[in-house]
Design a protein around this ligand. Sequence first.
Ligand SMILES: Cc1cc2nc3c(=O)[nH]c(=O)nc-3n(C[C@H](O)[C@H](O)[C@H](O)COP(=O)(O)O)c2cc1C
Length: 359
Amino acid sequence: MQMYLAGDDGIATEWHFQHLAKYAVAGVGCVFTEVLPPEPRGRNTHWDLGIWDDSQVPALTRIAKFIEETGAVPAAQMGHAGTKAARQRPFDGLQPLGESDAARGEPPWQPAGPMDEANVEGYHTPHALSAAEIHQLVDDFGKGVARLALSGFRFLEIHAAHGYLIHSFYSPISNRRTDAYGGDRSGRMRFALEVAESVRANWPEQFPLSFRISSIDAVDGGWDLEDSVNLVRELKSRGVDIVDCSSRGVGAANSLARLEKEGKSLEEGYQVPYSEHLRNTVPIPTIAVGLITRPEFAEKILQDGRADLIAMGRELLYDPHWVLHAARTLECETKWKDWPPSWEWWLEKREKLGIKRVD
Ligand SMILES: Cc1cc2nc3c(=O)[nH]c(=O)nc-3n(C[C@H](O)[C@H](O)[C@H](O)COP(=O)(O)O)c2cc1C
């Protein structure tokens, strides 16, 4: 999850270290960095992390090493914000950067996209990437991945969802190009597939590669689940091992804003049906994500064969010890043994002692 707390150099700070280390200590099986763009233009905000320069490797290496030492899997996510670049941080308003932002040292820059059209009303007009610029970006993804392998990460995900650059190429809503990177579905998918090839070539064969996709646009005439089956089959044939099934994001500030626009009441696990369909149709291992907050529900998704892994965001912000609590709720045999030994010894004793309530 993006923290929006790096400098313009995109280098991870002590904040990022503690943010990710905390989850590794607390039993999360696989801890992902926030999305790392392969070029500064691909940042959402001035405050994002990045992987476009060797100077960004040491701080990420320290994070990956610590996660690995706890027994969790250090995982990295790479992506490019595309037409959604150059915004304020969510807690500063999430608006496109303007003059007042420039006055306080956060000037806007021109985002890049499939077309010279913003896909969210009021956003900056992007630069339509030429074929030569697309080739350069595909290459930059490969270089970024090589840096992540060097940093010690063991699991890689490419963010190709939520209306960001890769999704904006495969969605018919945001891509009406007429060259080889547009037109029919295979033309629109070309950029995603070339990124997959470049990334796989630079990512060690023994380490898994995931693609996070927007399974549906939920917009009339938009990308649908059948399109996703097709895309995922093509990704799989290029060495993608797992698909992270998210949705939406074209034409809205983010995927959650899109849901608000649809006026949908949010149901737990609202994206699990996409995971189930892709897992069983393609077939391919999947990650389910989105409003999965109860241990029993998460476990049932796995037991029912609707996903292979569960990804969690906001619930872990709310309760960083969620996994340890879930292990107790689900009565896993290990009980306190999952907790760091220096905590476990005291907590077990406290539990045995019991606490008398005073009202
Ligand atoms: C603070 C925050 C930052 C996020 N940053 C990212 C990100 O860097 N990459 C990504 O793929 N999704 C990001 N997301 C989306 C989450 O990964 C997730 O898909 C979404 O929050 C829904 O899952 P949840 O209900 O478990 O939070 C972010 C979400 C939040 C709340």
